[in-house]
Design a protein around this ligand. Structure first.
Ligand code: AMP
Length: 191
């Protein structure tokens, strides 16, 4: 089974992906994590995307599609696409890539949240990281967050209509406790 977790920044996609990895042995493919790793290891691509990411803008389709292609070509299944696709071009590319490797997309799980909760969650994530002596994401500040939300509404939210039209969209409430959200997702996967 291959699924997409779809939702605005701070919706809890990463947290739920981790639960699915632990509980079901699925494989998380987070383009955000891959891009952050590229930056840390100082690759040319990492340097190229650093400013764009810190501002909260989307990096080019070409770069993220390349990252996902690389992972899918390694084989396997049970993928959770987390933070990808974020544009219609990426969604089309994903359909083609899955086709090429003989896989399909089973569900697109959309996490329903509201903007006020998101800002609170992200500000909290930054505070908690700082308190624990962990690095705070450079894009977890109010200015970048505004841009990230705008990018989501302009470029990513059209995917909701796209996957609805394909009959693949499943909504879960994203604002509950972590295990409530996990249970709602499990309900979709086990239906
Ligand atoms: P995330 O960890 O998913 O919040 O991603 C952090 C940042 O990485 C985003 O704000 C973008 O700058 C970049 N990024 C991650 N995934 C994508 C994607 N699929 N398309 C474009 N940019 C992305």
């Amino acid at each position: 089974m291959n699924i997409i977790l779809l939702g605005p920044p701070g919706a809890g996609k990463g947290t739920q992906a981790e639960i699915l990895v632990e509980g079901r042995g699925m494989v998380q493919l987070s383009t955000g994590d891959m891009l952050r790793a590229a930056r840390t290891s100082g690759t040319e691509m990492g340097d190229l995307v650093a400013g764009v990411m810190d501002r909260g803008e989307l990096v080019t389709d070409e770069i993220v599609i390349g990252l996902i292609r690389e992972q899918l070509e390694k084989g396997g299944s049970g993928f959770i696409f987390d933070g990808f696709p974020r544009t219609l071009a990426q969604a089309d590319a994903l359909a083609n890539l899955l086709d090429e490797v003989g896989q399909s997309l089973d569900h697109v799980i959309a996490m329903e949240v509201n903007d006020e909760a998101l800002v609170g969650r992200i500000v909290n994530r930054a505070k908690q990281a700082a308190a624990a002596g962990q690095p705070v994401r450079a894009d977890d500040n109010e200015e970048s967050l505004k841009i990230r939300l705008m990018e989501y509404y302009k470029k990513t939210s059209p995917l909701l209509g796209y996957y609805h039209a394909k009959g693949q969209l499943r909504w879960v409430p994203g604002l509950g406790e972590i295990d409530e959200v996990a249970a709602a997702i499990a309900g979709v996967l086990d239906a």
